[in-house]
Ligand binder design. Structure first.
Ligand SMILES: *[C@@H]1O[C@H](CO)[C@@H](O)[C@H](O)[C@H]1NC(C)=O
Ligand SMILES: *[C@@H]1O[C@H](CO)[C@@H](O)[C@H](O)[C@H]1NC(C)=O
Ligand SMILES: *[C@@H]1O[C@H](CO)[C@@H](O)[C@H](O)[C@H]1NC(C)=O
Length: 307
């Protein structure tokens, strides 16, 4: 077999095996759960769709710290990881190769965490994770409180960047809520807007003993400068029983409009950028030219040898 044929075979084998071990799906339910301190138990479920994945794991993520609670090497088998083995309030099951449950008994506030299920074919091989179950155990000393939502207009002196004066950032602040089951989304004139929207990964625990979260929406400056445009931030809050939506709206503002003229400063910057881009282009072309030359030279060399 020539080298090229061998390479082709290797590639094919790689492609085939890649298809063989197609990504498995690890499903977890429920997505979120709210319990009260002293509740008897909660059961988290995990299911995956490939019985060649013998290993299953449960992890607990709390305060940015991910710890393995348990692993299972097959149907009916499981071990609780130290230091949790003496912790009687975890019970694990693995009734089938593709299923596992984690039961937490006598719930305490400290059990509040995100629990992840994962599965792999062998120890050390790539593990696939579920999306996690977010468990909150309500603190009896803290009242369930829905968020207060406020949209803040773009600051007059927005930090200058390359998009100077072309984009405006609105900020939505949801404060003083408990528990921290919230999702934030934006609407412009009552239509969902996901482009340019970004929300903190998780709510922050405030000094005053409640949560807060912020979200940002970047919009074209000319959209912001139309007073008829309405920008709404909607916070969906789960209080343990119902999803409640709280929102705030502000209207666009003509003030601070730059008229979109290109300032000298901007012009100088952009021509500099153009010059730099052109130099990089020239450098790249030269490099590619060299690479092609070397390749041609090598190819000629090797074909001469073969003849
Ligand atoms: C997990 O989350 C991702 C991204 O949000 C989503 O696309 C995917 O469908 C979810 N997987 C399951 C099994 O729910
Ligand atoms: C807007 O987004 C929210 C939250 O993601 C969703 O529940 C709602 O169905 C969306 N509305 C439309 C009209 O797409
Ligand atoms: C915003 O809140 C008001 C008052 O609570 C409600 O009437 C309105 O339907 C809400 N708007 C959206 C888009 O959820």
């Amino acid at each position: 077999m020539s080298v090229r044929m061998k390479l082709l075979c290797v590639t094919l084998v790689l492609l085939l095996t890649a298809n063989f071990y197609d990504d498995i799906t690890v499903k977890q339910s429920p997505v979120l759960s709210v319990c009260r301190e002293g509740d008897a138990s909660v059961t988290l479920r995990c299911y995956h769709d490939d019985s060649s994945y013998y290993y299953m794991f449960w992890y607990r993520q709390r305060d940015n710290n991910m710890e393995m609670l348990t692993y299972s090497l097959g149907q009916g088998l499981w071990e609780i990881q130290p230091p949790f083995e003496k912790d009687v309030h975890y019970t694990i099951s693995r009734p089938e190769l593709t299923r596992s449950t984690l039961e937490i008994k006598n719930l305490e506030v400290g059990d509040g965490a995100v629990y992840y299920c994962a599965s792999s074919t062998a120890p050390g091989s790539e593990a696939y994770f579920g999306n996690g179950t977010k468990l909150t155990v309500l603190d009896p000393n803290i009242k369930v409180t829905e968020p207060t939502v406020k949209v803040l207009a773009p600051s007059a002196k927005e930090c200058e960047d390359r998009n100077k004066k072309k984009k405006k950032t609105l900020v939505c602040v949801a404060t003083r809520f408990y528990p921290d089951h919230v999702t934030v989304f934006w609407q412009v004139n009552n239509v969902n807007r996901t482009e340019g929207a970004g929300t903190d990964n998780r709510a922050l625990w405030d000094k005053d003993g409640l949560y807060s979260i912020t979200s940002r929406l970047r919009v074209p400056a000319n959209e912001w400068h139309k007073p008829e445009n309405r920008f709404t931030c909607i916070v969906s809050f789960y209080d343990g029983t119902d999803n409640i939506r709280v929102n705030d709206t502000i209207s666009g503002d003509l003030q601070g409009q730059s008229g979109g003229e290109i300032t000298t400063d901007y012009y100088v910057k952009s021509t500099q950028t153009a010059k730099l881009a052109y130099s990089i282009f020239i450098a790249k072309s030269t490099f590619y030219g060299l690479v092609v030359m070397v390749m041609i030279w090598k190819f000629q060399g090797s074909s001469e040898k073969q003849i």
